[in-house]
Design a protein around this ligand. Structure first.
Ligand code: SF4
Ligand code: SF4
Length: 377
């Protein structure tokens, strides 16, 4: 078989099915990544969402015996929302990060990989494949970098010359000996804007991310948010875009190539107060198809409370009091108590005191005490 010709056919087909960029990489061990992951483990910088051992995450041959190449694909997503509703006093809104706009990208990228896989199979029946999007063992970013999709920025994103870092990535490990592409010849140089702009100092020099400090990960946790970050998440309900929006390489990059990623402003920038009383069924119906809902409604509601506290939204006081007194989930009761303290009106402190008399959960009581402390500040 003429693999050079085959590669050209694969590239042409990828364009037909709406893949914005495609690159080819060798399936060699990712040596540098291996060292970085080990360092990350030692430093305790991991998010806990990682899949597989360091060995599996860096050796494609362990995932697909006989692996010879990896095809990396990128789909561009929008950075701007047309007709975004304003978040105004008494009607405050939260925000889902751009990577959560539109239909869950895992499904969309997986669909393109499946179609690409079917094409390979048709032309090369002996093909062996393993596809991955985000939650697979391999690092989508390390693969994309090696395959010439983009370079790795200090914000830990892959930055493509065409679409900036607003791209979803996925890959296919194959046993086909495609010739590898050259990595992109670009870098951050002396720029340090994202490292300086990160609200929680989560970006460590040298392109490392301390996931335990990164708002993108923290918004997905289900427990109480550590105090230090409560005032820093602002109105973010899911994810954080700051280190991407400040990047000069992303200037004027806004691509609406895929209908699937078109954001519905009422979903990705929803009103905060109605989120506090949304039922499981309503949540699923409204938010179930976006990637930002994958951890369920509890983290979103906890973050909505913190966003209302951030705005000191007095119109939410009644609803927060109801949650503090009646919600069965300690995280929600406690966060509501802390939020009420932050809003700081007399009725907030009166309600906290009243609720404290009946509360039995130690952690919630601790949060109520913290909420009550705001009175003295
Ligand atoms: S996503 Fe936000 S918190 Fe995380 S590194 Fe970027 S700017 Fe910092
Ligand atoms: S903001 Fe500057 S340092 Fe950060 S990723 Fe963009 S170019 Fe690199």
């Amino acid at each position: 078989m003429d693999f050079h010709q085959f590669k050209e056919e694969v590239i042409a087909y990828s364009k037909e099915i709406g893949i914005d960029k495609i690159g080819f990489a060798s399936a060699d061990v990712f040596g540098e990544l291996k060292a970085r992951l080990k360092r990350q483990q030692e430093l305790g910088y991991q998010s806990g969402f990682e899949k597989g051992s360091v060995q599996e995450r860096t050796d494609p041959g362990r995932l697909l015996p006989g692996a010879q190449s990896i095809i990396s694909i990128a789909l561009a997503y929008p950075s701007k929302m047309h007709d975004a509703p304003k978040s105004k006093k008494g009607d405050r809104r939260g925000i889902f990060c751009r990577a959560s706009w539109g239909q869950d990208y895992h499904d969309v990228v997986r669909d393109r990989l499946n179609r690409l896989g079917a094409f390979l199979q048709e032309k090369f029946p002996d093909v062996e494949l393993k596809s991955m999007v985000d939650t697979g063992e391999l690092s989508d970013r390390a693969v994309a970098e090696r395959a010439g999709i983009g370079f790795s920025g200090k914000n830990c994103a892959v930055i493509t010359p065409e679409f900036g870092s607003y791209v979803y990535l996925g890959e296919l490990v194959t046993n086909i000996p495609f010739a590898p592409d050259e990595p992109v010849d670009d870098s951050c140089g002396d720029c340090n804007i994202c490292v300086d702009a990160c609200p929680t100092d989560a970006l460590v020099q040298g392109g490392q991310l301390n996931a335990n400090r990164c708002i993108a990960f923290l918004t997905q946790t289900k427990d109480f948010l550590p105090d230090e970050f409560r005032t820093k998440i602002g109105n973010r309900l899911y994810g954080c875009d700051t280190c991407q929006t400040v990047c000069p390489k992303n200037r004027k990059k806004d691509f609406h190539n895929h209908e699937e990623f078109k954001p519905d402003p009422e979903i990705v920038k929803p009103k905060l107060t109605p989120l506090l009383s949304i039922s499981n069924r309503q949540f699923k119906e409204k938010f179930g198809f976006i990637s930002g809902s994958w951890r369920g409604k509890k983290p979103i509601q906890r973050n909505a409370i913190l966003a209302l506290a951030h705005y000191r939204d007095e119109t939410a006081i009644d609803e927060l009091i109801r949650l503090m007194k009646e919600d069965p989930r300690p995280v929600i009761r406690g966060t509501a108590a802390w939020g009420l303290g932050k809003i700081g009106k007399t009725e907030c402190f009166a309600a906290i005191e009243e609720a404290m008399a009946k509360e039995e959960d130690e952690q919630v009581l601790f949060e109520m005490e913290k909420g009550a402390q705001f009175k003295k500040l």
